[in-house]
Design a protein around this ligand. Structure first.
Ligand SMILES: Cc1ncc(COP(=O)(O)O)c(C=O)c1O
Length: 496
């Protein structure tokens, strides 16, 4: 028994000051605790017979009375059962007490750590108000007055009704407003019944995974690509296959459709994140045709689609052909503000009708006042006007960033810029992007390392993803100059 519960440590009696009863009580307490632990962890399985009080007392070097009282206590609280045949461990229901492997001890086991580490960010959260942060809109230019009026209007017209659970697919008024906007601005084929409101694009991606895949299914992901898509695929235990990206967007090797037939494909065709490539029409049509052929679903994350800066707007892939196997995902995180946490997915017609009952169980219909306010904000034309103002602002800021990069990182290889709020700068191999980003963060600048978005590290994924959305044009040049200094670029490598 001593091997199972371990020897008891002697009380502080060596000084000769502890009374006999105090010593007795301490040993008794220890013995009770040791036996409880052995029972809870399964080292003393349910049903096992404990030694008699006389035998255990002799083995542990304590008085028989100490053991008798310990056994009585354990019986009183249900750890053991005492009868004429002796004292036995109770058949407790905890798996550990039944001697099964310990499932949850409060300390992460190897499997748990491996599971959670798949989601781990490459770095900790940094304030996204810092200059050069990608993906942060110009929050100081958001029309707060108009938004406040929309919120007040929804409070006046919908309270207290809107305090209860809403339609799981979202407020019908918002679904209709989004559908009308998408038909006109993005060429999406839809009506409100096909729009499902989600908590940002992230929940829309998670929903696509849950609705369209089973664990182990093959999912293609752009490489380098959006980490949120990777997280959603990990959540569904999908088998991820990285697809390279070139200046025309996702570049699928022709035999991949046969060798790694996908169930789900993530793309950001309007402005590939983070390289900024715009998916060519030829590739869009090829993706749709092949996906249809092999029964796969395409997620079209229309990231940055609303902020087109060059040429004519390019309509969505979803609207290219009728009944395309496309799950169109959007978000108001950039067009409004990130904390709004409202996004959506447009489901194919037949799927939408079929999925209604499942959505009732999967979603809960919250944030009703914000949804109603957003519907009003869109319908009243405020949203369109805000987009127009932001497009002009971002164009101006992008130009300032381009000029600064050409000046301080000459000859700068700049990717993207047809849409959005960021540019990507390729770096030469002697400047490691992660090292530069670490130094930049220490000085209060917040670009991202291109390699942090890569599933497979290659020479062409060494670079900086630089946001200009939230940085005023006149601060961009100074910020880029600091970056060049941190990169150790000698003055003669700059075209100043
Ligand atoms: C490629 C891409 N898609 C979508 C989003 C929007 O995500 P969410 O709506 O969850 O904020 C982001 C945010 O940075 C993004 O980078």
């Amino acid at each position: 028994m001593i091997e199972i519960i371990g020897p008891l440590s002697g009380p502080a009696s060596s000084s000769g000051t502890a009374s006999a009863s105090a010593k007795h009580a301490t040993l008794q307490k220890q013995l009770i605790e040791r036996l409880q632990q052995a029972i809870l962890t399964g080292r003393l399985p349910g049903g096992s017979l404990l030694p008699s009080s006389r035998l255990l007392a002799a083995e542990m070097g304590v008085s028989r009375n100490t053991v008798v009282i310990a056994y009585e206590h354990l019986a009183a609280v249900g750890y053991v059962i005492a009868d004429k045949k002796g004292t036995r461990v109770s058949p407790l229901s905890s798996p550990t007490a039944r001697g099964e492997p310990q499932a949850s001890s409060g300390v992460p086991d190897v499997a748990y750590a491996a599971r959670v580490d798949r989601f781990a960010a490459t770095r900790t959260h940094v304030a996204n108000s810092l200059p050069l942060t990608p993906g942060t809109p110009a929050l100081d230019r958001f029309p707060l007055g108009a938004w406040r009026r929309s919120l007040e209007r929804s409070m006046e017209s919908a309270l207290p009704r809107a305090l209860g659970y809403g339609d799981p697919a979202g407020e019908p008024a918002l679904r209709d407003a989004i559908a009308a906007h998408l038909r006109m601005a993005r060429g999406v084929r839809c009506d409100g019944s096909r729009v499902v409101i989600t908590e940002g694009a992230q929940e829309a991606l998670n929903l696509c995974v849950r609705l369209f895949t089973n664990p182990g299914d093959i999912a293609w992901i752009e490489d380098p690509g959006y980490r949120g898509a990777k997280a959603a695929f990990n959540l569904g235990d999908l088998t991820m296959v990285p697809m390279p990206v070139d200046p025309e967007g996702i570049a699928v090797p022709s035999d991949a459709w046969r060798t790694h037939a996908p169930k789900l494909i993530y793309t950001s065709p309007a402005h590939q994140y983070p390289t900024g490539a715009v998916l060519s029409v030829a590739r869009r049509l090829e993706l749709i045709a092949q996906a249809r052929r092999c029964g796969a679903w395409l997620i079209e994350d229309d990231y940055d689609g609303e902020f087109r800066h060059t040429g004519e707007p390019i309509a969505s892939m979803q609207g290219l052909v009728d009944d395309a196997p496309v799950l169109y995902v959007g978000s108001f995180s950039k067009t409004m503000f990130p904390a709004l946490r409202i996004g959506f997915v447009v489901l194919p017609r037949a799927i939408a009708a079929h999925t209604e009952a499942a959505l009732q169980e999967m979603l809960r219909g919250g944030h009703r006042l914000e949804q109603l306010a957003l519907a009003h904000f869109i319908e009243s034309g405020e949203f369109g006007r805000h987009l127009g103002r932001m497009r002009r602002l971002y164009r101006e800021r992008q130009q300032a960033l381009r000029d600064a990069l050409s000046e301080y990182f000459a000859p700068a290889q700049i990717l993207g810029g047809d849409c959005g709020m960021h540019l990507t700068l390729r770096l030469p191999p002697d400047i490691r992007d992660r090292t530069l980003v670490e130094r930049a963060c220490a000085t209060g600048l917040n670009p991202r390392a291109l390699s942090g978005f890569a599933l497979q590290q290659r020479a062409d994924t060494n670079g900086l993803v630089i946001g200009y959305g939230s940085t005023p044009a006149d601060r961009l040049a100074a910020s880029v100059r600091v970056l060049a200094e941190l990169a150790g670029l000698p003055a003669d490598r700059r075209s100043v």
